[in-house]
Design a protein around this ligand. Sequence first.
Ligand SMILES: Cc1cc2nc3c(=O)[nH]c(=O)nc-3n(C[C@H](O)[C@H](O)[C@H](O)COP(=O)(O)OP(=O)(O)OC[C@H]3O[C@@H](n4cnc5c(N)ncnc54)[C@H](O)[C@@H]3O)c2cc1C
Length: 408
Amino acid sequence: MPVHLPDFSVAVVGGGPAGLMAAETLAHAGVRVDVYDAMPSVGRKFLLAGRGGLNLTHSEPAPAFRARFGSRAAQVATWLDDFDAQALRTRADDLGADTFVGSSGRVFPREMKAAPLLRRWLQRLRASGVTLHARHRWQGWSDKGELVLNTPDGQVTRRADAVVLALGGASWARLGSDGAWQGVLTEKGVQTCPLLPANGGFLTPWSDYFSTHFAGQPLKSIAMAPPGQAMRRGECMVTADGLEGGLVYAWSAPLRDALLAQGVAQVQIDLLPARSPEQVRREVMHPRGSRSWSSHLGSRLGLKGVKLGLLRECLPKAVFEQADALAAAIKCLPVSLHGMRPLDEAISTAGGVSFSSLDPNLMLCVMPGVFCAGEMLDWEAPTGGYLLTACFASGHAAGRGVLRYLGQ
Ligand SMILES: Cc1cc2nc3c(=O)[nH]c(=O)nc-3n(C[C@H](O)[C@H](O)[C@H](O)COP(=O)(O)OP(=O)(O)OC[C@H]3O[C@@H](n4cnc5c(N)ncnc54)[C@H](O)[C@@H]3O)c2cc1C
């Protein structure tokens, strides 16, 4: 007998990009969908991402794109096979986003905001029969296998033929995703990996002088890498107690892992990546007469302000007596990191529901009919649009997984 999908009702818990994408995929196939979200409105983190310009995805070729997911590249690739960066662009354009590729290859909506896109998307979801329930905080399951939800009118239970959990990671808890799902799922026998900050800032014990004079200043046109890795160019920000920003985020996974293993991590900074070691050496060795090092480095190499401050902060005074060593340090300045900013402040979360707990349809092996998607799964990626793309793609994959499950 053919399966009649409108006879089925699916609950999507979590109205972020992953949950809404799952809802769309399901509604498109004619399934009744209810989206439950704990917050007074859905998509709050997506809206916040929009404040930074909403880097939706990246235009680089697929092999490079997929490699951004590191040890989880193979798993994420299965989602991207069905819904990749171009599919996301097409979908966003279809919603009037009019995306464009920035100079770095990153893809943004023309309006550089999430709100118009989200508004049009929600209109379309409602029109296709999706019902959104705000202020419905999922607590787990009742003895009868129904969803238990806390609402302003008290606790309610809801039955569904299948459930997609898209509850997000555990950063920026005030926007809704607080990682509380971890306890509920662990109790059900679902394997999870610890939730850790990804794309977050690092701590380093600056001197009072450096912190007072340079906190809030950008380190522009530098390159950075942990020892033994190829330098990446970019910029970051000096904070009162460490470093933040894109270039640091790009290295945050190996740095975090080094911190966890050894209690301390190191990055090396090239303060003048546009100049060769030989050029730097030549300028440093140039006779400086009675000039101070500050004015010598400033006039010969343009090294001043926060860059010069960092050099002085991280080098023993004695190095300034050895021109050779000083030149080498300008190209490879070691900075020790002693900790990471808290998970709640991070852009995203590493860890989550382990892939060994999921079947290829993203269904929990120990809970048939329950699927997971988005940042709550155990993958991570740098900033650059990879996070949102994987969230959308996994939501699409979970929706497709539910359809296959119901079709059986
Ligand atoms: C400042 C900032 C900027 C960012 N900028 C970008 C960017 O430019 N590009 C990019 O690719 N990524 C960016 N990200 C990351 C991106 O926003 C997230 O990866 C993405 O939103 C995760 O989607 P998700 O659907 O998995 O989870 P979320 O967006 O976190 O959604 C989860 C939803 O689940 C709900 N929920 C949680 N628990 C419950 C519960 N118990 N009951 C009911 N509902 C619940 C929450 O309220 C929330 O609505 C940024 C993140 C931050 C913090």
